[in-house]
Ligand binder design. Structure first.
Ligand code: PEP
Length: 243
């Protein structure tokens, strides 16, 4: 299975710059062995979809509502994402969990909605620095994983230690490998053979300088990239390190 390199643009970008960034990624993507996914903010999904049309590069939202439609001012549903051309959606990102109080139960409902709309969910889990220092990383991340995934889940997981996001800090290769092995065992325990097909991405300060070492790890199925995805050259350099 090719690795997946997904770029989370977060709340960044206006139309002109977005088209240029997506266009530069598209131009530089020839010959890569991995699968690319760009996740711009909602306002840029349509123009980025136009730039990416026919390229094979995936398009993702950064959130969706659990309901397909209704009186939910300011929200976007999974069918709306699919309608604008999205193939993926990031769910349960730590910034959503922190800034919007998203619970595992809500992430699970959103994930079910994404699957019903035919989207590939990218479900994020990760411990805080304090939780890791307290020796509770596996307990926290295992709990999030179990409670955030609906039965019949098929999609991607992103292991994103909260303390590594946007900080320039990363776990050691051994720590990443250990957590990915732990998550793999949990997935296989719950989903049986299907659990082997769920790729586990790593996210948290992935940069061109560290991508090779992280992406070389067996259980790392790709990367969810924040800051470094806003420069096409950096994002493509990370993608070039993928298999
Ligand atoms: C993220 O927020 O998903 C992320 C991984 O950010 P960064 O690469 O900037 O740490």
């Amino acid at each position: 299975m090719p690795q997946v390199i997904a770029g989370n643009w977060k709340m960044n970008g206006l139309a002109a710059g977005a088209e240029a960034l997506a266009g530069a990624v598209r131009s530089g993507a020839d010959g890569l062995s991995c699968r690319l996914v760009l996740c711009p903010p909602f306002t840029l999904l349509a123009p980025v979809a136009t730039v990416l049309a026919g390229s094979g590069i995936g398009l993702g939202g950064q959130d969706c509502h659990p309901e397909p439609a209704g009186a939910h001012t300011g929200d976007i549903s999974a069918p709306m994402l699919a309608d604008v051309g999205a193939s993926h959606v990031i769910l349960g990102h730590s910034e959503r969990r922190q800034d919007h109080g998203e619970s595992d139960a809500l992430v699970r409902a959103k994930t079910a909605a994404a699957l019903a709309a035919g989207l590939v969910p990218i479900v994020c889990v990760g411990e805080s620095g304090a939780q890791r220092q307290a020796g509770a990383a596996e307990e926290v991340v295992g709990g999030q994983l179990g409670a955030s995934l609906p039965d019949g889940f098929a999609g991607l997981i992103a292991y994103e230690p909260v303390w590594a996001i946007g900080t320039g800090l990363t776990p050691t290769a051994a720590e990443i490998a250990a957590m990915h092995d732990f998550l793999r065992n949990r997935l296989v325990g719950r989903f049986g053979v299907g659990g082997r097909e769920i790729a586990i991405l790593y996210g948290g300060s992935v940069k061109p300088a560290n991508a090779g070492a992280i992406l070389a790890l067996d259980e790392v199925g790709g990367a969810l990239v924040g800051g470094a995805c806003l420069q096409a050259a950096d994002f493509l350099a990370i993608a070039a390190a993928a298999r």
